[in-house]
Write a protein that binds this ligand. Structure first.
Ligand SMILES: [Zn+2]
Length: 107
């Protein structure tokens, strides 16, 4: 998947279109990501024991990866991601707008 946990992304579609956030979780098998503070939904939960009180909880819901784009740190645009191979033969992600390397996010 072209989007990794820790990437800064911009939302392209949906109710939070235009907002930016950091990827908190990625689910490569379903093609979804959870972005901090994006696509929140209020959940009304019942109490389940002493450590899980009920109430209204704000929860970040998964977004489809096709609806977000990585924000390039070099040109600060929401860019599509390409690949190149460096001298050591390692796959490096690049910004398709300015061709700068995209840094690997720290977990
Ligand atoms: Zn760029």
């Amino acid at each position: 998947m072209k989007i990794r946990k820790g990437d800064q992304v911009r939302v392209l579609q949906g109710k939070d279109r235009g907002k930016e956030g950091r990827v908190a979780f990625s689910f490569p098998e379903t093609g979804k990501v959870i972005v901090d503070g994006i696509n929140t939904a209020k959940r009304h939960t019942k109490p389940r024991g002493a450590d899980k009180p009920g109430g209204i909880i704000t929860k970040d819901m998964p977004l489809d990866v096709s609806n977000v784009a990585v924000v390039c740190p070099s040109c600060s645009k929401a860019a599509r991601v390409g690949y190149r191979f460096d001298a050591a033969g390692t796959k490096v992600r690049v910004c398709r707008k300015c061709n700068a390397d995209l840094p690997e996010p720290k977990e």
